[in-house]
Design a protein around this ligand. Structure first.
Ligand SMILES: Nc1ncnc2c1ncn2[C@@H]1O[C@H](COP(=O)(O)OP(=O)(O)OP(=O)(O)O)[C@@H](O)[C@H]1O
Ligand SMILES: [Mg+2]
Length: 742
């Protein structure tokens, strides 16, 4: 986010320098306060400009939204800072993207490398005084949280393509976080039959006057809000519905969810006169134990409406005021329940403020005798002690099963996708509906698929699926909530989806105590699972995407260094792993940038697989070895390795894909080319024999005759054998000759 004072040059000419410096200091103070309040990081002042990061040093799932909220707030605060009759206004620009933050050459700490800050500064310049302008990347992430105005595409200095700009006008009232962030295009609902049946059953019991509380738990994106919405739809005709939405920005504003709901229910508009606000409030209040003479001033206070002289002044102290307010709220709820059953949804209780929390604690018990159902959704970090009440049910949402994931992928894509894509998305998303939706969308947008005759097909081999930008924040936030453990998670992620304690210790180089503390934090946070006890323990990332996010958050240099250390630790400490799973070493060496070592390990892996008759795997492994060779300096050593890999690939492909396959042909042709300088090598015979089989199976007689002739010549010349290429037996040479003659 970049914020600047509008017209500061003009201002400088109007007021004297001393006053100007006071104005700027006041402006800086306000901006700094707002940035901190929304969880941002003040990076630097540039004259009267201010650059702030959201997402550094700690990521939040909603950093784009935070930056925009902060921007709007800055424009308001600055507008209130009039200087000696001269109005002030700020301009703000917000852009989103990946950057590298660190110390750069001149020793400037927390400097950013990347285009995003420049873009934010350019956007700021496009904003009208008092306005906030955002980039398309930011707009994608801010959903329906705000009112926007489209400013069209504009050319910005230093940026090649025109960029479409959006001005943010103001915040929308957040009645439902779900509706604002995901509600626009809902995919059809899948599964969860039992959960819905249970919720409907509790609703039935509550409707009969035996109030119920259900705590619906599960991690982000698992589908809590969606189920709650379904329940709300199902009860719409039979009951009154209330939604209390907790918000990450108001975790310490007393009764924020209740106040927001009441304002909306009474249809009170923030801009209208006090008198009409009070009239509206009076209209929604019900007769209850605490009479209106006390209830109304308390509720007016809750909604920050000055009561004027309409009601007698309350003389209670603050503590009693709170107790009475909570009572009034309970009274009102239960009075409502007397008329029709009420379904109260408390959304996102992990962001609840302490007073709303206190209110819930107090009403759990009495709800049992009321026609009220209280449904609380929460992520695992919210703890409660309501479990012992007989009218409380805990319901945990698990991941979707494979079949349901596949169905959701097809719905999210709006058509059926190639099986390989469905499998890859399902494997990466681990049954979390949000991950499934976002990954599917990003695969469709990635250009990986092509349409042929109305069907989508994949072009070439499937590359690893990138993390969708919409999920980056939320995944990193999961890791960053535990900043001390992020490093351990990153090291684990470099080892793999599973990592064992011993290897981790060898690579991390951290004191035992620190490592164990970090691991148990990761476990408690639900990011990793553990099997067995230390030092034999094995850990696994709960989600493939969390592992990816941790791995992606490593800078390239550090990542390479870690992979090199892992490969060396495996070779040194787990020689059995190095021998039995050379593919593991090969991957770490490739990531470490040690291409030659990686190719050698792929060669071993391929040979091992071939010796176990796993020809398809072997063919793939030889091919990966050939791929990494691109990073090796040309020379004899490189050619020797490639020759081994091509010969291995040729044999494996013959079995896995057949004599006539293109891959088989390609391997033999290249092997023969590499053998040109080694006429004595026995593999001349094998490679030519392989290639002649390719042509004979394709009935390409011209090429066949040519190559078969060479093969026989080789067969006759060869006498010696070696481990990797046994001497052709007399009978195989004879078979070849007779085939040639026949
Ligand atoms: N059973 C389901 N069938 C189809 N779509 C689903 C299902 N469950 C969830 N979704 C979709 O997955 C996305 C995430 O679900 P939802 O917002 O309900 O998760 P949540 O658990 O409330 O997450 P958070 O903790 O962030 O609030 C939504 O777009 C939702 O529509
Ligand atoms: Mg939700």
């Amino acid at each position: 986010m970049f914020s600047d004072l509008a017209d500061s040059t003009a201002l400088a000419s109007r007021i004297d320098p001393e006053e100007l410096s006071e104005v700027i200091a006041a402006y800086h103070r306000c901006v700094a306060e707002v940035i901190v309040r929304f969880g941002g990081f003040l990076a630097k002042y540039l004259g009267d400009g201010v650059l702030a990061y959201f997402g550094f040093p700690v990521a939040h799932e909603d950093d784009a939204e935070r930056a925009v909220r902060a921007g709007l707030q800055i424009t308001r605060v600055v507008a209130g800072l009039a200087s000696g009759g001269t109005p002030l206004s700020a301009r703000v620009g917000v852009a989103t993207g990946l950057v590298v933050v660190g110390e750069i050459g001149s020793g400037e700490a927390n400097a950013v490398v990347g285009e995003t800050p420049n873009l934010a500064a350019r956007l700021q310049a496009e904003a009208p005084p008092g306005g906030v302008v955002i980039a398309p990347t930011t707009r994608r992430l801010t959903g329906d949280w705000f009112h926007y105005r489209d400013l069209g595409a504009r050319h910005l200095k230093g940026i090649a393509e025109p960029i479409s700009l959006t001005q943010v006008l103001d915040e929308r009232i957040e009645e439902s976080r779900f509706a604002a962030s995901r509600g626009a295009l809902l995919t059809p609902f899948v599964g969860r039959e039992q959960e819905i049946a249970l919720l409907l059953d509790r609703w039935r019991v509550a409707s009969e006057g035996e109030g119920q509380v259900v705590v619906l738990s599960g991690e982000a994106g698992i589908g809590k809000s969606r189920i709650a919405e379904i329940l709300r739809e199902r009860v719409a005709d039979a009951g009154t519905r209330i939604r209390y939405q907790c918000s990450p920005y108001y975790t310490d504003t007393a009764l924020h969810p209740v106040a927001t709901q009441l304002t909306a229910a009474a249809r009170i508009d923030p801009g209208e006169p006090v008198e009409s606000k009070l009239d509206k409030l009076e209209r929604v209040i019900l007769p209850a134990a605490i009479g209106p003479e006390v209830a109304l001033p308390l509720l007016a206070e809750l909604l920050a409406i000055p009561p004027g002289d309409r009601y007698p002044t309350l003389t209670m102290g603050p503590e009693l005021r709170k107790v009475r307010t909570l009572q009034v709220l309970a009274d009102q709820l239960f009075a409502l329940g007397q008329k029709r059953p009420v379904m109260v949804l408390v959304e996102d209780a992990h962001w609840i403020d302490p007073t709303t929390r206190e209110w819930l604690d107090a009403i759990i018990e009495p709800i049992g005798a009321q026609g009220v159902m209280l449904l609380v959704t929460r992520r695992p970090e919210f703890q409660n002690s309501w479990g012992h009440h007989p009218n409380v049910t805990s319901l945990n949402l698990n991941r979707l099963a494979q079949r349901q994931s596949a169905a959701l992928i097809a719905y999210a894509a709006g058509r059926s996708l190639p099986a390989a894509i469905t499998e890859a998305v399902a494997a990466r998303a681990d049954g979390v509906p949000l991950f499934i939706e976002e990954l599917t969308k990003s695969v469709l947008e990635s250009g990986l698929l092509r349409e042929i005759d109305g069907e989508l097909v994949v072009d070439g081999p499937l590359p690893p699926l990138a993390i969708p930008t919409t999920l980056q924040g939320s995944l990193l936030a999961r890791l960053d909530r535990l900043s001390a453990t992020r490093e351990v998670a990153q090291i684990g992620s470099a080892i793999g989806r599973e990592f064992d304690y011993k290897l981790l210790t060898a690579v991390a180089g951290l004191p035992e105590g620190q490592l164990q503390a970090a691991l148990s934090q990761l476990e408690v946070a639900g990011l990793v699972f553990r099997r067995g006890r230390t030092p034999e323990a094995i850990y696994a990332f709960k989600h493939a995407l969390v592992q990816d996010a941790a791995h992606d958050s490593l800078l390239k240099g550090r990542r390479q260094q870690l992979h090199a250390r892992i490969a060396e630790a495996i070779e040194r400490q787990h020689p059995e792993v190095a021998t039995s799973q050379p593919q593991l070493l090969a991957q770490h060496y490739a990531e470490a940038g040690f291409a030659e070592r990686s190719a050698t390990a792929w060669l071993q892996a391929g040979r091992l697989a071939a010796s176990r008759s796993a020809s398809s795997e072997a063919a793939m492994q030889f091919a990966r070895g050939i791929d990494v060779l691109q990073g090796v300096e040309p020379g004899r050593e490189r050619d020797r390795l490639e020759l081994d890999l091509q010969v291995g690939r040729g044999s494996a492909c013959t079995v896995a894909h057949g004599f006539s396959a293109v891959e088989t042909e390609r391997a033999w042709v290249r092997a023969i080319a590499l053998l040109r300088d080694h006429p004595e090598d026995l593999r001349n015979f094998w490679a030519r024999r392989g290639l002649s089989a390719v042509y004979s199976s394709r009935a390409d007689m011209t090429k066949y005759a040519a190559i078969a002739g060479e093969t026989c010549a080789d067969g006759r010349r060869s006498t010696r054998g070696s481990a990797s290429s046994p001497a052709p037996t007399r009978s195989s040479a004879r078979a070849c000759i007779s085939a040639t003659l026949g």
